[in-house]
Design a protein around this ligand. Structure first.
Ligand code: NAP
Length: 281
């Protein structure tokens, strides 16, 4: 079984991006800039944002974090986004989720101009992705896609099962696999026989949020299994896939932690660079 090393893949991607930023600096005499808006003092969000800033600096991007208390008015955030939309030195804008209840998440997402939407959540980018046009792609599914392609460069005709249909993970993942000519089944909490669906798959991507849902006897030999889940349990952080069981069957499997997670931030940097490049055309 191939243990898919997300840390190594992310480090390789960051190295490629670092070179690209150096080339862009030579060509345009400026570097892509990422601005993150962080609202409130939730510890996980603060850790994510700190990691994003550190990685952005590492590859040579200009990065900035704008912090607000969780009492900030929605209008203040929307005005700041408008200002960043019009600032040429900002290539990508990300508002760290979740937001306090009094702030309308969708309003915030839609305020970010699609060309700077590095999370790929704006309806325009969602539509472009599903229409097969150029768009920002949500970072976690993009990371999964790059990991799958490392194992199997030609996905044409493969059967893929995506477990979970969230806007963040399952739906964009489905679009990416469709674009590669996979035959994709998207499953969810109302799916009748998830085990039977998974047993058909050459590729399984699990993004559910249920610890170790995908069992060893759900996976046929030679299946690539990507585990997006991050679940806190008594035995520590585990994924949506039963690692011990599935590793006996699968062709390749991502561990949790150390699989998809590290790729997510690297893909955010990739998206920022792509937004910058598109803005220079
Ligand atoms: P979400 O928005 O809660 O969506 C979960 C999906 O799973 C829903 O579509 C739900 O179906 C489906 N589901 C629930 N129970 C199911 C069952 N028994 N069988 C099949 N499908 C079922 O979750 P998310 O935001 O996509 O996150 C999923 C997991 O990924 C979480 O553990 C999260 O922490 C993790 N995550 C990891 C990263 C990373 O960087 N590695 C990034 C983001 C999220 P319905 O639509 O029918 O409710």
């Amino acid at each position: 079984m191939i243990l898919i090393d997300g840390k190594k893949a992310a480090a390789e991607l960051r190295e490629e991006l670092k070179k690209e930023v150096t080339d862009l600096k030579t060509k345009y005499n400026k570097v892509p800039g990422l601005t993150v808006i962080l609202i409130g003092d939730m510890t996980p969000s603060q850790i994510y944002v700190r990691n994003k800033e550190k990685s952005a600096n590492e590859v040579g991007l200009k990065s900035e974090v704008i912090k607000y208390p969780d009492t900030v008015q929605e209008e203040t955030v929307l005005e700041k986004i408008e200002e960043l939309n019009n600032n040429d030195s900002v290539s990508g804008i990300l508002v760290q989720l979740p937001l306090p209840k009094h702030i309308d998440k969708q309003k915030v997402i839609e305020k970010i101009v699609p060309s700077k939407d590095v999370d790929g959540f704006h309806p325009m980018n969602v539509g472009n992705l599903s229409s097969g046009y150029e768009s920002s792609v949500p970072c976690t599914p993009l990371g999964c896609y790059l990991l799958i392609k490392k194992i199997e460069p030609n996905l044409s005709g493969k059967k893929a099962v995506v477990v979970g249909r969230s806007n963040l993970n399952g739906k964009p993942m489905t679009q990416l696999l469709l674009k590669e000519n996979c035959t994709v089944t998207i499953t969810h909490s109302k799916t009748k026989d998830l085990k039977a669906e998974c047993l058909e798959a050459d590729i399984i991507v699990a993004a559910v949020g249920i610890p170790e849902l995908v069992k060893g006897d759900w996976v046929k030999k030679d299946t690539i299994v990507i585990d997006v889940g991050i679940n806190k349990t008594d035995k520590g952080i585990v994924g949506d896939v039963d690692f011990d069981e599935v590793s006996k069957n699968a062709k390749a499997l991502t561990p949790v932690p150390g699989g998809v997670g590290p790729m997510t931030i690297a893909c955010l940097l990739k998206n920022t660079i792509e937004c910058f490049k598109r803005s220079q055309i």
